[in-house]
Design a protein around this ligand. Structure first.
Ligand code: 7RM
Length: 636
């Protein structure tokens, strides 16, 4: 089924070696196994200085023909998507490859009827229902560029993203069910669109049946539009022929500056990479049921709920709700109900479920599980062992997959059951991935038992090609710190066996429950609150979230009630970014530790937030040492 699926450690080593001495030959051999309207002229063109990266240039394809059309003959009646609703007693849905093909074609025709053309940007703001996958694939079918925004972002965040990408159409739902909450998606979109003149049309899919306002001339119902194309007869929609380097999607992600950037992925390389990494890392076997608990609003959902599994003809399980609803046994009920074989989740979910003890796990039949995966943040050893012993019952390999929105797919990971695993370690790079560690001066750190900043020295097909509308930002962010290298922003150690352990971000990016949030972004939001003079945000270790958000805030006056002011600030952050960015702790201070040139010394704040008072490092450049004493006293 997958001729490029590695079957032994020796095969891995051989493939790795081959991918380094002849990257073009290596990737061309894999790309051969996809459906191309026309093969590429050149496998790779690259230069990390400009930067300019092209894979499979001149190749023509459509990713949806690879995800749908090519499976119809063999897998037409196999489930492509199994959908589990938020409420356990609501009907689940099974969508076969033929169903999915039909629905994607139908909705692609809806998009065309609504004026969407190749190259147009479409914003998708929906909950985890099959129509979300259908909408993204329908965009890809006609060559429109999708920009999915996670359902937890605020109106302001959506507006920023829509404006940056100049989207002409929005696809949303009346609302979304997530655990005990109903999220009023359409109403959030209405607020967002006040400042978005480029949006000419909004397509609203029914899910919660919550009342919504439908603006005449702008808003239409998904269901009505589908009826219209049904009456037109022929449901097929020919796939748009795309160049390998045409844009497939934009996904916004946080960096060390205030404004999230639009990471751009293109059609050919991304498809090959998402598929190769899916098939290999999880050792997917035909017929297996694969369950990734991410949301399609994040890169993990794009690559490992949608494009990776579907391009491999896999059965992908999509879950609308959250692991703790209606109780902390929900994931195990789902594994039991659908006989799930592969479970891919996040350390934060594991840690949170650990807190409920074994009650919710006992008496659940988890015997179908064969492989487990983790993604999004470093997994602590305790969580790793809990997952291994209590969920995998000691018989399932765990793949700790390190990668980023920017990398498009998994980079450093064990290959399930094929390469060794080690708790807390992402272990070895996949074939085609050339990691290197560098010190602060950009000098390569060689040998084993060393630490440094993690860079990649050679292109891989899934890497981002630019940041939307701002190529210079792309260059600055990823290729200017160390000349000739892609800089990941992560710190890393390589142990005595050459295994990699990712230790966390070395820039001002936080990882809260696996969500990337920039400290500058949170500071900007806090500073928008009336009465706030200045703020500084740092991360601190949090038992469940991995990192928590600690905000030091200078306020004009605490009005009369500091607690109320804190709540107001939380509300402001929720409005500007979304609830995921709300600080866990807010400490009012009269000043911030600054250097004589006015730079905030975050290192000191980080230490204080971690409770490490004695070891603040060099404080000789501090302008006002008394401030530090005051902050220490007030620590929460
Ligand atoms: C897939 C995803 C990327 C950042 C990355 C790391 C951290 C992700 C791991 C990890 C340690 C892992 N994309 N990260 N996976 N750290 N071990 N297995 O998460 O763009 O949202 O975040 O997440 O810091 O740079 S992301």
């Amino acid at each position: 089924m997958y001729p490029y699926q590695l079957k032994s450690f020796e095969e891995y080593q051989q493939a790795y070696h081959q991918s380094v001495i002849d990257p073009e030959g290596f990737w061309a051999n894999i790309a051969e196994h996809f459906y191309w309207r026309k093969k590429w002229d050149k496998v790779l063109e690259w230069d990390f200085k400009s930067p300019n990266i092209k894979w499979f240039a001149g190749g023509k394809l459509n990713i949806t023909e690879n995800c749908l059309d090519r499976h119809l003959g063999t897998l037409g009646n196999q489930p492509a998507i199994i959908w589990e609703p938020n409420e356990p007693d609501e009907h689940h849905r099974i969508i076969t490859y033929r169903d999915l093909y039909n629905k994607v074609c139908q909705f692609a025709n809806v998009l065309k009827n609504n004026g969407v053309k190749k190259g147009d940007r479409v914003c998708i703001y929906m909950g985890m229902i099959p129509e979300l996958a259908i909408a993204t694939l329908a965009c890809a079918r006609i060559g429109a560029i999708h920009s999915v925004v996670f359902g937890g972002f605020s109106a302001q965040s959506i507006a920023d993203r829509i404006q940056d990408a100049q989207c002409s159409l929005v696809i949303t739902c009346d609302g979304a069910f997530r655990g005990g909450k109903d999220i009023p998606l359409k109403s959030v979109i209405d607020d967002a669109l006040i400042g978005c003149p480029t949006v000419k049309r909004v397509i609203v899919c029914t899910r919660t049946r919550t009342p919504v306002s439908m603006l005449k001339g702008r808003d239409v119902w998904w269901e009505d539009e589908i009826k219209q194309v049904e009456t037109m007869g022929n449901p097929a929609c020919p796939a748009e022929e795309m160049d390998a380097e045409d844009m497939l999607f934009i996904l916004y992600t946080s960096g060390s500056t205030g404004k999230p950037k639009g990471v751009v992925h293109t059609c050919g390389g991304y498809m090959v990479y998402a598929n190769y990494t899916f098939v290999n890392t999880f050792q997917y076997q035909p017929g297996e049921v694969y369950f990734c608990t991410a949301d399609i609003g994040w890169i993990t959902g794009h690559s490992y709920i949608a494009y990776g599994p579907l391009s491999a003809g896999a059965t992908t399980l999509m879950f609308e709700g959250v692991p703790t609803y209606p109780d902390a046994g929900r994931l195990w009920d789902i594994v039991d109900k659908y006989r799930v074989n592969i479970l891919y989740t996040a350390p934060t979910a594991i840690r949170s479920l650990m807190g409920y003890g074994l009650g919710p796990v006992n008496h659940k039949d988890l015997s179908s599980l064969r492989k487990l995966g983790s993604v999004g943040e470093p997994i602590n050893e305790e969580a790793w062992h809990w997952f291994k012993d209590n969920i995998g019952k000691g018989r399932c390999p765990i793949v700790d997959t390190w990668w980023q929105t920017e990398t498009g797919g998994i980079m450093i990971t064990p290959i399930a059951g094929i390469t060794p695993e080690k708790p807390g370690y992402a272990t070895l790079p996949l074939p085609g991935v050339q990691p290197i560690l560098v010190d602060e001066n950009g000098k390569e750190v060689t040998g084993n038992n060393v630490s440094g900043n993690l860079c990649i020295k050679f292109p891989w097909p899934g890497m981002l090609r630019t940041t939307f509308g701002d190529h210079e930002r792309f260059r600055k962010t990823y290729f200017s710190t160390y000349e000739g290298l892609y800089f990941t922003g992560d710190g890393c150690m390589r142990d005595e066996d050459g295994y990699y352990r990712i230790t966390g971000r070395v820039d001002d990016v936080l990882n809260v429950s696996g969500h990337r949030i920039g400290t500058a972004e949170v500071e900007n939001a806090i500073n928008m609150h009336a009465g706030v003079v200045e703020s500084a945000v740092v991360g601190y270790p949090h038992e469940i979230k991995g990192q928590g958000i600690y905000a030091f805030v200078i306020a004009e006056r605490f009005t009369h009630d500091a607690e109320l002011t804190k709540k107001d600030i939380l509300q402001t952050v929720s409005r500007i970014i979304g609830p995921i960015a709300k600080p866990d702790k807010i400490q009012f201070v009269s000043g911030l530790p600054k250097t004589r040139s006015g730079k905030i010394m975050r290192r000191i704040l980080r230490k204080i937030a971690e409770g490490e008072f004695d070891n603040l490092g060099d404080t000789s450049t501090l302008l006002e040492p008394a401030v530090v004493e005051e902050i220490k006293k007030g620590k929460l």
